[in-house]
Design a protein around this ligand. Structure first.
Ligand code: DGJ
Length: 581
């Protein structure tokens, strides 16, 4: 007997415990988690208050037994994570058609609550990374009933076709049952958002070529889409506008008549069909329990050697964002999975022509996350940030030995973001925050914010470099490796976040060595001087001053030093400026 099937009776007890807790701590009138605008930002409101998701995503299989995931929740909390993203699996939730087992869902909610964590469930339903590996056996083994994508060679692949209402409705029924169940058990609003499917799109070809797909492709482009395009000519993604105009700005016709014959047209067609399907699944779930819902994107910046199909064709890439908007109104956010070192460039690409789409980063690299989080939160009002495989961060893949959470760079960054969260939330959407990623070799960045321009640069250490160890010989331990004389460790980029809290006052924080100097940005005396710098912490949103920083710690009054030279990594500083001539 598997752990899961043993868990059935336990789940009933867990459920009872869950609702007992719930009754005591949450008033039934507390609104469910929802999205709300503040200025130009969109915020997640949880229990009536804006909530910043300082998050992390568990590995794909971590949520498939409760025993495996149990030790992770307290570890995440110790890392200052407040929201965990974890999968729910169609194959385990509905192992037999119409028979549901929510024991893993209940267990995750209960365990997360014990560590004071919120949850985002990822619905691994019809697709995960373009493939239908999570569909239940009764779907997988009945290809006639549940049709697949067909490639150019006429062969089908293990990917459900979007062109089948049977596929769509089976998924939607399961997802609706899941949402009904969450509504029933989660009266404490532990679950704050849902991801619908995972990185969808066709891989291996630019589009589905099954009979139904070919028929739809040769049929008319839906009027709803053409009306949208004609009504939003000036704000369309440039690729969409170009393809439509080049083909004669038609208001009717087949996909190739309206957008021309190209791989991009195939991608538009797939986007329409994926968005329609996923939007339908999301709407069925929302009809039961309308939590905010998002989709995640396998991001691929366009390049001649990377046509759609090398990345999932039809997924919510920016160049088909308009299509997703029209075809999937139940999807509130399209989020980029960002693993590249140059995150600023990728965020810019993802959000160009789509600034209405709030920034939530559902997946990112957990090491670089320690500095990228400051940028996403400061520069883009990100409502959440979630490094992937966070449950394995600092865990040795060989021995399973765990680095103490406090010793992980991400923990230190998250601790700072957690302290700043009330201030960040208060300032989102108001143009009072900025962020930067600063590399050791970058020229200084000039960032206008409030009444000053901040000149931000990497602070290289003047201390003797730590020698770097060579790779140990086979069989030798790391400690036995020879030291490479003269080699310097690669400097880790720093992330920084700046908040203008008054006309001449800033709160500044970073993950690493950053220096900041100021010059006036508004009329008045031309030189900016430092009046005072205090290091400190935020305790429940209230500033508590620590050391007054001056002398060596602020370049003899010339700049703010956010790390090194007597400043501990990750210091938060409150800076007051004045002007003179
Ligand atoms: C992106 C997927 O969405 C995740 O589930 C996971 O497979 C990662 N890639 C692995 O890098």
């Amino acid at each position: 007997m598997t752990i899961r099937s043993l868990y059935g009776p336990v789940a009933i007890l867990a459920l009872a415990a869950l609702s007992a807790c719930s009754r005591s701590s949450t008033s039934p009138s507390t609104p469910i988690p929802h999205l709300q605008k503040q200025g130009t930002a969109t915020q997640l409101i949880v229990d009536g208050k804006p909530f910043l998701m300082i998050a992390g995503e568990l590995r794909n299989s971590s949520g498939s037994t409760l025993d495996f995931s149990k030790p992770m929740w307290p570890r995440l909390a110790a890392m200052h994570v407040n929201t965990a993203l974890t999968a729910t699996y169609w194959e385990l939730i509905e192992p037999k058609e119409g028979q549901f087992d929510f024991s893993l869902v209940d267990g995750a909610i209960q365990d997360a609550q014990k560590s004071n964590l919120r949850l985002i469930f990822l619905w691994f339903g019809s697709w995960k990374n373009g493939v239908s590996s999570y569909i239940p056996a009764w779907v997988k083994t009945d290809q006639n009933r549940f049709p697949r994508v067909q490639g150019k060679d006429g062969k089908s692949i293990e990917t459900l076709s979007t062109l089948s209402e049977t596929n769509r409705d089976a998924d939607a029924r399961a997802f609706a049952a899941l949402m009904r169940h969450i509504k029933e058990v989660d009266t404490r609003h532990t679950v704050v958002m849902m991801q619908v499917e995972n990185e969808v799109g066709v891989l291996g070809d630019t589009r589905d070529r099954c009979e139904a797909a070919n028929k739809a492709f040769e049929g008319p482009v839906p009027k709803e889409l053409l009306d949208y395009i004609a009504g939003h000519k000036d704000t369309l993604h440039p690729d969409l506008a170009k393809a439509w105009q080049a083909a004669g700005s038609k208001t009717s016709g087949s996909w190739e008549q309206v957008f021309g014959k190209s791989a991009y047209t195939d991608e538009l067609f797939m986007a329409w069909n994926y968005a329609g399907y996923v939007g339908h699944v999301a709407a069925a779930g929302k009809a039961e329990y309308p939590l905010p819902m998002y989709v995640n994107t396998w991001c691929s910046m366009p390049a001649p050697d990377r046509p759609p199909g090398t990345y999932p064709s039809g997924g919510p890439e920016p160049q088909v964002g308009n299509i997703w908007k029209v075809a999937a109104p139940a999807i509130d956010i399209r989020g980029p999975d960002l693993y590249s070192p140059n995150q600023p460039e990728w965020i810019k690409w993802y959000r160009a022509n789509d600034t209405e789409n709030p920034l939530f980063i559902p997946e990112t690299d957990s090491t670089r996350g320690a500095y990228h989080v400051f940028y996403a939160m400061g520069q883009y009002d990100a409502m959440g940030f979630a490094p992937f495989a966070i449950d394995e961060l600092g865990v040795s893949p060989v021995t399973g030995a765990r680095t103490e959470p406090a010793d992980l760079p991400l923990t230190r960054s998250y601790e700072i973001v957690a302290q700043l969260a009330p201030l960040i939330l208060e300032n989102q959407g108001k143009g009072k925050m900025a962020g930067a990623v600063v590399n050791a070799d970058d020229p200084p960045q000039k960032i206008p914010l409030g009444n000053y321009v901040l000149e931000v640069s990497y602070a290289r250490s003047r201390m003797a470099p730590t020698p770097v160890a060579a790779k140990p010989a086979a069989g030798a331990t790391a400690a036995q490796a020879p030291v490479i004389e003269g080699a310097t460790p690669l400097p880790v980029p720093a992330g920084a976040l700046f908040i203008a809290v008054g006309p001449d006052e800033y709160i500044l924080a970073s993950s690493g060595p950053v220096n900041i100097s100021f010059s006036p940005n508004t009329p008045g005396d031309p030189i900016a001087g430092i009046l005072s710098i205090d290091e400190g912490t935020f305790v429940n949103g209230q500033w508590v001053s620590g050391r007054r920083l001056n002398g060596d710690e602020n370049g003899q009054g010339k700049f703010v030093r956010l790390n090194g030279g007597g400043i501990r990594n990750g210091s938060i500083q409150r800076v007051k400026l004045y002007r003179y001539h």
